[in-house]
Each structure stands twice: as structure tokens, then as C-alpha cells.
Design a protein around this ligand. Structure first.
Ligand SMILES: [Fe+2]
Ligand SMILES: [Fe+2]
Length: 180
């Protein structure tokens, strides 16, 4: 369990690092474009889920067990999401305002990876949904209101990603690539 918690913390740190104002540079020599940061609102949502899940993992009984099982499937998924799916959303605002800079092309390797990995990420959502449902069931049975609410919030989070975040990130890549 300690490993999982540590790993979750690592993911939160990664999320924070990717969201530093002014973007995190893809560190190569010369005028290498910088990667956009994860939008602060999305970063905050991920961090809140991490924090609430960590708390749920410490709950005794079936709720804690279900939370730890959920963390095992959620952690690698969140980590990959924070690497390739969420940073491209950092350029949505400028793109929507018609602003373009050559530096935005730095997201193309990310959006290409997202497009390629999307089927797997959606499969992971199926596993995450199942583990989330088990957490919700256990939490309701054991009157663990916080964990039950977390399960609802996480199910909604995954749905929001499928409906909006993932498609938007893929479209960011298409828009940038199509730019002359
Ligand atoms: Fe997520
Ligand atoms: Fe996700």
C-alpha cells in the first residue's frame, strides 16, 4: 500500500510540475518549443481525487480494500493522462482565440500518442469504472459517505474525459498540424 500511496504522490507531483506557470520546457538545446501546462482547473480536480482516494485507502474494512484496488488501476492511468492527454488542453484557450505560435507544435508528439493510445485508455476506464462501482457499493454499505461521494465524483470525471477532454486534446493536435 505504501508503494501505491508513494506512487500516487508521484503522480500528483508530476501533475504539479506539468502545470507550472509559463509551461515546462521540453529540455533540449536551442529553441525547443515548450509544452503547455495542464489547465489549473483540471490539475486541481486530479489532485483532489488523489487526496480523497488516499484518505479512502486508510478506511478500515471493505471500503479501504476497494479504495486500494481502485488506486492500483487508477494510478498508471492518471500518470499517462497527465503526460499526454491533459497538457494539450493548455493551448485550447489560445487556439480558440485564433492565436497560434510555433511553440504549440510541441504538443504534437503528445496528441499523436493520445490518438494511438486512446483505445487502451478507454479500456482502462472500463476497469476504473468497475473498481469505482465496487468502492461506491462498499462505502454505502459501511456508511462511508466521503468514499461514496468520491466514487460518484470519479465516475463523473471519467465520463467528462471521454466526452470532452480526450476528444478536445485530439482536436488540438489536428488543429495545430493543419496550421500553415
Ligand atoms: Fe483523469
Ligand atoms: Fe481517465
Amino acid at each position: 500500500m505504501t508503494t501505491t500511496i508513494t506512487a500516487l504522490r508521484g503522480t500528483a507531483i508530476l501533475a504539479t510540475a506539468l502545470a507550472l506557470p509559463g509551461c515546462v520546457a521540453a529540455q533540449h538545446a536551442g529553441h525547443t518549443p515548450t509544452l503547455p501546462g495542464i489547465p489549473a482547473s483540471i490539475r486541481a480536480e486530479h489532485q483532489e481525487i488523489h487526496a480523497r482516494l488516499e484518505a479512502a485507502m486508510k478506511t478500515p474494512g471493505a471500503t479501504g480494500r476497494a479504495a486500494r484496488e481502485l488506486a492500483a488501476v487508477l494510478h498508471p492511468h492518471f500518470q499517462r493522462e497527465e503526460q499526454i492527454a491533459l497538457p494539450p488542453l493548455g493551448v485550447l484557450g489560445p487556439l480558440a482565440r485564433g492565436e497560434f505560435s510555433a511553440g504549440m507544435r510541441a504538443v504534437l508528439p503528445l496528441t499523436d500518442s493520445l490518438r494511438a493510445e486512446l483505445p487502451r485508455m478507454l479500456e482502462e476506464h472500463v476497469a476504473i469504472r468497475a473498481a469505482t462501482a465496487r468502492l461506491g457499493e462498499a462505502a454505502r454499505k459501511e456508511n462511508q459517505a466521503d468514499a461514496a461521494e468520491l466514487a460518484e465524483a470519479l465516475a463523473l470525471h471519467a465520463q467528462g474525459e471521454e466526452d470532452v477532454f480526450y476528444p478536445a486534446a485530439v482536436l488540438v493536435g489536428d488543429l495545430i498540424r493543419a496550421h500553415p
